[in-house]
Write a protein that binds this ligand. Structure first.
Ligand SMILES: [Zn+2]
Length: 141
């Protein structure tokens, strides 16, 4: 079995888990712990857009919408990026990144990934994660 970072997130400590249901999970991943950055992933290992089932993908939309709303509510973020490359980690997942209103234009879009080099802060990430978890819980019916 090959090492798979998204699969390994299944075993993270509860403080890193922002959302988890039977199919989808969203966590703060080691190495990507910039405040406002999350990994939304299919819980089972499936690769690329052909990997997930139609049923799994049908749940992706509502989960993503709720997660985006919760992040915006918790952080006051003006934008939420969903990035998926599938190069280093083919497991179906997205890097979900909150974008602040005051982020310089030159750092917007894919350029925001450069923040990983100097913006990691696990404690601040976990604090944001707690606020997002609370916002999700408050929005649940
Ligand atoms: Zn995997």
């Amino acid at each position: 079995m090959n090492h798979c970072l998204p699969c390994d997130l299944e075993g993270v400590e509860p403080a890193r888990i922002v959302h988890r249901d039977d199919v989808w999970s969203c966590e703060i991943a080691d190495g990507y712990d910039v405040p406002g950055w999350f990994v939304l992933r299919l819980r089972r290992h499936a690769e690329g857009w052909s990997g997930p089932t139609v049923e799994e993908l049908a749940e992706f939309g509502p989960v993503s919408q709720r997660l985006s709303a919760a992040i915006q509510s918790a952080m006051g973020a003006t934008g939420i990026y969903f990035m998926s490359f599938g190069e280093n980690h083919p497991h179906f997942h997205f890097l979900v990144v909150a974008r602040d209103a005051d982020l310089p234009a030159v750092s917007r879009g894919a350029a925001i990934l450069a923040r990983r080099a100097h913006g990691r802060d696990l404690d601040a990430s976990l604090a944001v994660g707690e606020r997002v978890r609370s916002a999700l819980a408050a929005a649940s019916i």
